[in-house]
Design a protein around this ligand. Structure first.
Ligand SMILES: NC(=O)c1ccc[n+]([C@@H]2O[C@H](COP(=O)([O-])OP(=O)(O)OC[C@H]3O[C@@H](n4cnc5c(N)ncnc54)[C@H](OP(=O)(O)O)[C@@H]3O)[C@@H](O)[C@H]2O)c1
Length: 338
C-alpha cells in the first residue's frame, strides 16, 4: 500500500509508520517535525497544517490509505478538503474521551452516547486539562464520515495507549515503580478494572484495517483486567517475583491529596469509582472480532522498560514522588492501627 500518515513523528503515528515500513509498504509522513522525527526509510514531507493549503500538493500522489491522528478540527477539515477525493481509505484515530458516560462499564462504540461536537469557535484542546479534547474529536469524526463516507472511513477510538515511546507518565510510572522494589502503594481495590492498548498492537490493527478496508467506528482498546493482574503482570514482565503491594482505599488516598490518572502527585491509571467506572472497562470484543490482536502484558512491559532504559531523557517523570509514597503509606498504617 501507499500510506500517508498525517503525523508520524511521535508515539502512535511513528509506530504505525515504522511497522508499515517493516511490512513493506510505501510510507509518507506529513508533519512539521517539531514533536520528533519520522522513522528512517519513511519519506518525510514537512507541512504545517495551520496552513489550509499545506496538503494540497499531496493530492495527486495516489495514496491507498490515510491515517490521521489530529486533535485540531481545522487540521482535519483542511486534510479532508485536500485529500478525501484522492484516497481509498481514511483512518482517523479518535479517543474514548468522546463518550458522554464514563461511569457505566461494558459499553461499546455501537451503543454509547457521545459528547456534542465542539462549539464553532473551539478548534482544539485548551489548557493543561485538555478542555474540549473529546468534543473536538467528535467534530472530526463527523467531518470524516461526512466527507469520506462511512464505507471508506475507519474511526478508531483509542483507549489508553501504552508501550515504547509513551510520552505520558502513566504506564511508565508503574514500570519504574515496580522495578524499584520495596513496599508499593497500590491504589483502590485489587478487583478494580484497568484497560489499555499496546501502541504496537494498535498500529498493527490500523494497518490491517487499511489493508482490508475495514470501515465503521470501533473502540481501539484491549480487554479490561483487574488492577491486581496489571500490577502482577508488570512485575512479572520485569522479572520481579512477589511484589510487596499495599492496597490503599480510594477515600483515604483522596483525603491525602493523592491525585487520579496522571501528573504530579498522581497514581497513574487510578480513577475514582464509581464515577469513572466505565473509562477503563469498555467492551473490547467488537475490536477483537474486527482484527485487533493483543500481545501478552509481559511483552508490553519489556518493550516499555527497554525504551525507558535506552532513552531516559525522553521518559516523563510524573506520578507520586517516592518520599510522598512513603509518607502516605506510613499514614495509612497509622490509621489502620488506631
Ligand atoms: N496517548 C494516549 O493514551 C491516547 C489515548 C486515546 C487517544 N489518543 C489519540 O491517539 C493519537 C496519538 O497520536 P500520536 O501519538 O501519533 O500523536 P500526537 O501526540 O497526537 O501528535 C500529533 C502529531 O501531529 C503532528 N502535528 C501537530 N501539529 C501539527 C501541525 N501544525 N502541522 C503538521 N503536523 C502537526 C505532530 O508532529 P509535529 O509536531 O512534528 O508536527 C505529531 O506527529 C492522538 O490522536 C490522540 O488523540 C491517545
Amino acid at each position: 500500500m501507499r500510506i500517508l500518515i498525517l503525523g508520524g513523528t511521535r508515539f502512535l503515528g511513528r509506530a504505525v509508520a515504522q511497522l508499515a515500513i517493516e511490512q513493506g509498504h510505501d510510507v509518507t509522513c506529513a508533519a512539521r517535525g517539531v514533536s520528533g522525527v519520522a522513522p528512517a526509510k519513511a519519506r518525510f514531507v514537512p507541512v504545517d497544517r495551520d496552513d489550509s493549503e499545506a496538503l494540497v500538493p499531496l493530492a495527486d500522489e495516489g495514496f491507498d490509505a490515510v491515517v490521521d491522528v489530529t486533535r485540531q478540527v481545522s487540521h482535519a477539515r483542511y486534510a479532508l478538503a485536500a485529500l478525501a477525493d484522492h484516497v481509498d481509505n481514511w483512518s482517523f484515530v479518535s479517543t474514548i474521551s468522546v463518550y458522554a458516560d464514563n461511569t457505566t462499564p461494558g459499553q461499546t462504540a455501537a451503543d454509547a452516547p457521545v459528547l456534542a461536537p465542539a462549539p464553532p469557535d473551539v478548534d482544539g484542546p485548551v489548557g493543561p486539562d485538555n478542555r474540549w479534547y473529546g468534543e473536538c474529536k467528535v467534530s472530526i469524526e463527523q467531518a470524516v464520515r461526512e466527507r469520506v463516507g462511512v464505507d471508506r472511513s475507519f474511526i478508531c477510538r483509542a483507549g489508553l495507549i501504552v508501550g515504547a515511546e509513551d510520552p505520558s507518565d502513566r504506564f511508565p510510572y508503574w514500570v519504574r515503580r515496580l522495578s524499584a522494589g520495596g513496599e508499593v502503594l497500590a491504589p483502590g481495590r485489587p478487583t478494580d478494572r484497568v484497560q489499555f492498548v499496546d501502541v504496537a498492537d494498535l498500529a498493527a490493527w490500523l494497518l490491517r484495517a487499511a489493508g482490508t478496508r475495514l470501515s465503521g467506528t470501533y473502540d481501539g482498546t484491549g480487554p479490561a483486567m483487574s488492577r491486581a493482574d496489571l500490577l502482577a503482570g508488570v512485575a512479572a514482565g520485569l522479572g520481579v517475583a512477589d511484589p510487596d503491594l499495599t492496597w490503599v482505599d480510594q477515600e483515604f488516598l483522596l483525603s491525602q491529596d493523592v491525585r487520579e490518572w496522571s501528573g504530579e502527585r498522581a497514581l497513574p491509571l487510578w480513577v475514582r469509582l464509581p464515577e469513572w467506572g466505565g473509562l477503563m472497562d469498555r467492551d473490547a470484543r467488537p475490536a477483537l472480532d474486527a482484527g485487533l490482536a493483543v500481545r501478552p502484558l509481559a511483552d508490553t512491559v519489556r518493550a516499555t522498560a527497554s525504551w525507558m532504559t535506552a532513552h531516559p531523557a525522553a521518559v516523563r517523570q510524573g506520578g507520586l514522588d517516592p518520599a510522598d509514597e512513603v509518607a502516605v503509606l506510613r499514614e495509612w498504617q497509622a490509621v489502620r492501627s488506631r
